[in-house]
Design a protein around this ligand. Sequence first.
Ligand code: IMP
Ligand code: MG
Length: 174
Amino acid sequence: MSDNLKILFAQDDIDQAILRLAGSIRRDFGQEEIVFVCVLKGSFVFTADLIREVATPSVVDFIRISSYRNGMIHGNVAITKDLEMDIEGKNVIIVEDIIDSGITLTSLRDMLLTRKPKALKICALIDKKARREVQIEGDYIGFSIEDGFVVGYGIDYAEKYRNLRDIFVIEGAK
Ligand code: IMP
Ligand code: MG
């Protein structure tokens, strides 16, 4: 059965959002170096566009995490591929695709804070505020949406749709 995709944000909307996010990041950090932490896999396309728009001295590293869910109970969030860089004393921006319940990002933030960065900010392409189960706010947000399962522009459903240029919502999904 094929999924029913409805366009939510087109390439132009995404470009505008990235211009705005990059502007805010530049305003906050000036010429200070930033370590962009791309959270694999969902934010690889977003990170690629964002770092080119920010264009101040920056470096990029990658991390992969998995969260285990036991029915309705959230389990541990584990790092399955760690950063290669030492972030102590650095300005770090976590680049995430989506904040949903907030559980993944809360754990990731807490794990990275133990490494004593100078600053630690969160940049998320999509914020689903209404679905939050733990209190966490992004510092830089591309789009806020109420609900819906989204795909495209790096974001997947069962590994599909990452290569679409636009962002879609899957109609009829939870
Ligand atoms: P959280 O821990 O509930 O905030 O989960 C966030 C993670 O769940 C995101 O990084 C995504 O990988 C995934 N996720 C949440 N909502 C969606 C969606 O609508 N489409 C694809 N992945 C999603
Ligand atoms: Mg993710």
